[in-house]
Write a protein that binds this ligand. Structure first.
Ligand code: ZN
Length: 111
């Protein structure tokens, strides 16, 4: 049985999943789903409302993912003032590796 993830990483996974769903939706929309939906519903206004809601939700998901804080140092995990890496395997501030248990790391007193 794999070791249990710390709750902070479960939250990270939920944020990442929301962002991936939002991006897949945007790609599908750009691929013609919006036009098809507007044709099925027969009302372009409703399709535009759905598009606006999806864009808003996508921006929210992106902001929520970007705001994820390192469970070890408390700073933004994926970006610094001059650099951003949304797929970073470790905190860009302290080097704390993704998926590690922050409580165990603190108990050990090292990263
Ligand atoms: Zn950190």
């Amino acid at each position: 049985m794999p070791p249990k993830l710390a709750p902070v990483w479960l939250d990270y996974r939920a944020r990442l999943l929301a962002l991936v769903v939002a991006l897949v939706g945007l790609v599908l929309w750009a691929g013609g789903l919006g036009a098809a939906l507007g044709g099925v519903m027969g009302d372009e206004g409703a399709a535009h409302a759905v598009a606006a809601a999806w864009l808003t939700a996508s921006a929210w998901a992106l902001g929520r993912f970007a705001a994820f804080r390192c469970p070890f140092c408390g700073k933004c995990f994926h970006w610094t003032l001059w650099f951003a890496n949304p797929i970073a395997a470790a905190c860009l501030h302290c080097g704390f590796e993704k998926w590690r248990d922050p409580h165990a790391a603190r108990a050990l007193g090292r990263r």
